[in-house]
Design a protein around this ligand. Structure first.
Ligand code: PLP
Length: 393
């Protein structure tokens, strides 16, 4: 049987698979099972931030796992402590970290911290968390309820109580009450369609929440790890959240989820935990990825590649104004709004046929999340294929 048949037979059908099997990669290049080459403008939905088969990450991992891979959080784990220190220092915030394995799990941790904070601070039991319409916070029962998209709330109930959706940042204030413990937002909505929030509105909200002792949780699962050009989108927006969650790009492909918070005393031993979280394997990968990206940022290379990519995207957008209505995004989290949904799926299919992988986001956005280490040559090659792909639509 070929892979398609085996997949159909043994794997639950939760994904509409694209008909391709990648077998290897190098930075932003991919090779499929027919030896066809592609340029990767997706990096596995913002995960492979330092590129495919990164030699430094691979070497760090293989040195580590030849010694010890896992022992449990009952004991000290040196790479975990080092990863936490690197994350805190990169953020510029006075925070501590908890390690899990995914974005949803990081958000679960953030919600638990907020709920306990709400229970032990203030006169009433505070449990409500306000999130935004069109947000995305994960696929577990709680984070799917935190996600402000009605279609995601079909089936699976009853859900945990206490999630309230605001249409926009400016509508949050009217929803705050004595039971509100936190507001959770993505600064650039990713799955919702690459939608950056307004900086002044976010800063005003952060100030308002501080004055009311309500927590601000920023879900940086997609924006974190230099995706926007700074370590966190919160740095770009110049705010100080109480809780930040990270995942996708932090482990370079090894599953890592992180909750960072300035609330040191809320969780106490026994309140929260994870079997795998922060083990030697994922922590060594996190350390290496953070070192690589820190250098990339400090050398100015990240800034220069962001400029180059956005310049090429702008040219592409201007060439095909008949398909696109606007260019959106920050750093290397970019999108083009497409006039109609059929055109969008045709672009994605044609792009794949012509050797460049791109993503969909929301209903009408062509999304680009290339590795942060992508080279100018790889960008040129990717756009060359993309022009050919779109010219035949
Ligand atoms: C991808 C994503 C999640 C979920 O992460 P998983 O690792 O799939 O659980 C949560 N929030 C945001 C903003 C995301 O982009």
């Amino acid at each position: 049987m070929d892979i398609e048949e085996l997949d159909k037979k043994y794997v639950l059908p939760t994904y509409a698979r694209v008909d391709v099997e990648f077998v290897s990669g190098k930075n932003a290049k991919l090779l499929d099972s027919n030896d066809k080459e592609y340029i990767d403008f997706t990096s596995g939905i913002g995960v492979v931030s330092v590129g495919h088969a990164n030699e430094m990450v691979n070497s760090a991992i293989s040195q580590q796992i030849s010694k010890i891979t896992h022992i449990s959080n009952l004991y000290y784990i040196a790479p975990q402590v080092r990863a936490a220190q690197k994350l805190v220092e990169a953020s510029g915030y006075d925070m501590q970290c908890f390690f899990g394995n995914s974005g949803a799990e990081a958000n679960e941790g953030a919600i638990k911290i907020a709920r306990k904070f709400g229970e032990i601070n203030g006169e009433t039991k505070r449990y409500k968390i306000i999130t935004l319409q069109n947000s995305f916070h994960g696929r577990t029962i709680t984070t799917v309820k935190a996600t402000g998209q009605e279609v995601m709330h079909n089936y699976f109930g009853p859900f945990p109580d206490g999630f309230v959706y605001a249409d926009a940042i400016v509508d949050v204030e009217a929803l705050l009450d004595d039971h509100t413990c936190a507001v959770m937002i993505e600064l650039v909505q990713g799955e919702g369609g690459v939608v950056p929030l307004n900086k002044d509105e976010v800063q005003a909200l952060a100030k308002l929440l501080k004055s009311k002792n309500i927590l601000l949780i920023v879900d940086e699962v997609q924006t974190g790890g230099y995706r926007t050009g700074e370590f966190l989108a919160s740095n770009v927006y110049d705010i100080k959240p109480d809780i930040v969650t990270l995942a996708k790009g932090i482990g370079g492909g090894v599953p890592v989820g992180v909750v960072m918070t300035s609330l040191r005393d809320v969780l106490t031993p026994g309140d929260h935990g994870s079997t795998f979280g922060g083990n030697y394997l994922s922590s060594i990968a996190t350390c290496e990825v953070l070192d690589i990206l820190k250098k990339h940022k400090e050398s100015g290379e990240l800034e220069s590649i962001i400029k180059y990519f956005n310049n090429e995207l702008e040219k592409f957008y201007n060439t095909y104004r008949n398909f696109f209505t606007s260019k959106v995004g920050i750093g290397l989290m970019c999108g083009l709004r497409v006039k109609n949904a059929d055109t969008l799926s045709n672009i994605i299919i044609n792009a794949k046929e012509n050797g460049v992988m791109v993503l969909k986001a929301g209903k009408n956005t062509l999304r680009f999340l290339p590795p942060l280490t992508i080279t100018k040559e790889e960008i040129d090659e990717g756009f060359k294929s993309l022009y050919i792909a779109v010219s035949s639509i």
